[in-house]
Design a binder for this molecule. Structure first.
Ligand SMILES: [Zn+2]
Length: 284
């Protein structure tokens, strides 16, 4: 039985995404650089830290609306930037439900993306993490980015509620990894390794102000941008698309697939790339 592998929209083998935290003014600059290079970013916002007016150090409602209008994502980062690893069940519910409610109310969008504030989720015990996971799922959170140990790899997450990025932008190997990623030709690898790849960068945009190294971000963008085999997407776009792929229903002979989702979905099988349209059945 030949393997099947997910392909991103238009049959692309790779994706690039960015995740920046805390909703500060320099996010606008970061988004402008992303726009220049055709890249998409996710901005993780604390609901108590939204500016009430324009020009403040934090992003305002209008700033966030503008980011969304440019194709970027606004995601949950807690009401008061508290780590679930240090909260009771009730505090977790309050922290993340409140943030979701306020962001959705201000932006008129469904917001189910998240980045863990303050601490990586690995600071919770395995048992406590399993409990936290159930709570976040019940709050409708689709994915949550963690941090701590850059995975230095290009894999999609096994667990969307512990989504480890490829690198923090200050990773000493960031440029080298970006080049390796761009050079990687997925379909030239051994057949069992034809799985799609992701390059995921996280950080805080104010770090570029503090370190006076915006050119480092621009260099990363330059290396990663404009590739025909790469999808430039927000975190939630990648998560929703991947989950839609997981919803495909294949026949036992691996010759026919039904797509019950609202997405057109691409996959590779026997050296060919196929697209099964939303709601359709495809023989391949
Ligand atoms: Zn934060």
């Amino acid at each position: 039985m030949p393997y099947r592998f997910m392909r991103f929209p238009e049959g692309k083998t790779k994706a690039v995404t960015f995740s920046y935290d805390d909703g500060v003014r320099s996010d606008v600059r970061l988004a402008e650089i992303c726009d220049k290079y055709g890249l998409k970013a996710t901005f993780n916002i604390c609901s108590t830290l939204i500016a009430s007016g324009e020009g403040e150090s934090r992003l305002s409602e209008n700033d966030m609306k503008k980011l969304i209008s440019h194709g970027h994502e606004i995601a949950v980062h807690g009401d008061e930037h508290k780590s679930p690893a240090r909260c009771t069940d009730m505090e977790i519910i309050k922290e993340f439900l409140t943030c979701r409610e306020i962001l959705e109310d201000k932006l008129g969008e469904v917001i189910t993306g998240m980045a863990y504030p303050d601490l990586p989720i690995s600071t919770a015990s395995e048992e406590r993490y399993r409990e936290i996971r159930v709570i976040l799922k019940s709050l409708g959170i689709s994915y949550s980015r963690t941090l701590g140990n850059d995975n230095n790899g290009f894999a999609l997450p096994d667990d969307w509620l512990a989504w480890m990025p490829t690198i923090h932008h200050d990773n000493e190997n960031s440029i080298e990894y970006a080049r390796q990623f761009v050079d990687l030709k997925v379909d030239d690898l051994y057949v069992s390794r034809h799985n799609p790849r992701l390059f995921y960068v996280w950080g805080h945009s104010y770090e570029f102000d503090n370190n006076n190294n915006w050119e480092h971000f621009e260099e990363l963008c330059k290396i990663l941008s404009g590739k025909d085999d790469t999808w430039y997407a927000t975190n939630i776009e990648i998560c929703r698309y991947s989950k839609a792929f997981d919803s495909l229903v294949f026949n036992t002979a691996n010759t026919c697939v039904y797509n019950p989702t609202a997405f057109d979905i691409w996959f590779a099988c026997k050296g060919k790339t196929h697209c099964v349209k939303a709601g359709e059945t495809l023989n391949y």
